[in-house]
Design a protein around this ligand. Structure first.
Ligand SMILES: Nc1ncnc2c1ncn2[C@@H]1O[C@H](COP(=O)(O)OP(=O)(O)O)[C@@H](O)[C@H]1O
Ligand SMILES: [Mg+2]
Length: 334
């Protein structure tokens, strides 16, 4: 069974502003989005603020209805079987809301277990197991108001896991959490995936998506503009690969010859007083990678293999791919 299937979903928000003179504004938050997530997969939805990530999570979690299209969770229609689906999924929204700050972490968990009508004795065992998983055992009896942002987020995560959901929706799980806390949350996410939970997470952080996700969809202004594995996305980059070479004792004129090599777009040279020269060569790649290595080889021969001290090939990162696709800033403009 496919844990998460989203088919051709569009969501339009209509809001009215003004009191005397009504102004109606419509925002199309999602445009014909289709996504399928397999069992045990960590699927990432990567997009900037306002891209539509939360809207999609809410639709999948049965909290919001799409304008058109449908969402199916574990084979059930999100529009028709909301109650059934809610028992099978866990949801985490980034942010501070939803916990009782005056209660301890432990009592928060007991309270939510009660809401889920869990047997108190069984619940107690499960609560301690989850607190252990998210690393909050030591502070379980402290009030939530003294918790750091990261600790609160981990408590949210433990709460979302209480009823042992099959599918987890994590909406920007590390937003506002410091680097150490974020790392801890990523560790827990990976551990949950090992326990074969299906995880759908959203993020605006490319490094996080790359580290955690088997597949990533890039969402831009409500549209999925790319969907692939992190490696596959990197391959789609039309950008430039940088070849960095350090060489000793060669003529500066070699730069002219390098510029003529097929695929080379730009060459810069810096040198220090020990006649060590540093070349930065920008190569316009094609998909197979063969061109790059032939190019690097040709350049090394032009410089003279025996003079080359160091050669580093810097492949485009997922960050580059992402920036190119969402068009945030031009990276090959030099
Ligand atoms: N309740 C709402 N009413 C009107 N517009 C909304 C509402 N919620 C979100 N939007 C708009 O929909 C778009 C997508 O928002 P959202 O799904 O929250 O994006 P993200 O989670 O990626 O930041 C944004 O332009 C946002 O302003
Ligand atoms: Mg959001």
């Amino acid at each position: 069974m496919i844990p998460v299937r989203v088919e051709d979903i569009t969501r339009v928000y209509t809001s009215t502003t003004g009191f005397f003179k009504k102004d109606t504004r419509t925002v199309t938050a999602l445009k014909r989005v289709s996504i399928k997530v397999s069992e045990g997969e960590i699927f990432g939805l990567l997009g900037q603020n306002g891209a539509g990530k939360t809207t999609l999570v809410k639709i999948m979690a049965t909290l919001l209805k799409p304008t058109s299209g449908r969402a199916e969770i574990l084979g059930r229609d999100a529009g028709k079987d909301a109650a059934w689906i809610r028992r099978k999924i866990g949801i985490l929204f980034g942010g501070d809301r939803g916990l009782y700050w005056r209660l301890s972490g432990l009592d928060n968990m007991r309270y939510f277990a009660d809401l889920h009508r869990m047997d108190p004795v069984l619940a107690e065992t499960r609560i301690w197991k989850l607190l252990e998983l998210v690393g909050l055992t030591e502070v379980a009896r402290q009030k939530v108001q003294v918790y750091s942002r990261g600790m609160k987020q981990r408590l949210h995560l433990a709460r979302a896991l209480l009823h042992d959901p099959t599918v987890l929706f994590l909406d920007e799980p590390t937003i506002g959490v410091d680097p150490v806390g974020s790392k801890e949350i990523r560790r827990i996410v990976l551990e949950l995936a090992r326990e074969s939970k299906t995880i759908f997470l959203t993020t605006h952080n490319t490094a996080e998506a790359e580290e955690l996700c088997n597949r990533i969809a890039i969402l831009k202004e409500g549209e999925v503009i790319a969907m692939d594995t992190p490696a596959g996305l990197r391959k789609q980059v039309r950008g430039l690969t940088e070849i960095e070479i350090e060489a000793k004792g060669c003529e500066i004129s070699v730069a002219e010859a390098i510029r003529e090599v097929r695929g080379v777009e730009k060459v810069t040279i810096t040198s220090d007083e020990q006649s060590l020269m540093q070349f930065r060569i920008f190569f316009r790649g094609n998909d197979d990678g063969w061109g790059l290595y032939s190019c690097a080889d040709r350049i090394a021969h032009l410089i003279g293999i025996e003079r080359v001290g160091k050669m580093v090939i810097k492949n485009p990162s997922l960050e580059d791919a992402y920036i190119q696709m969402v068009g945030g800033r031009v990276i090959d403009d030099f």
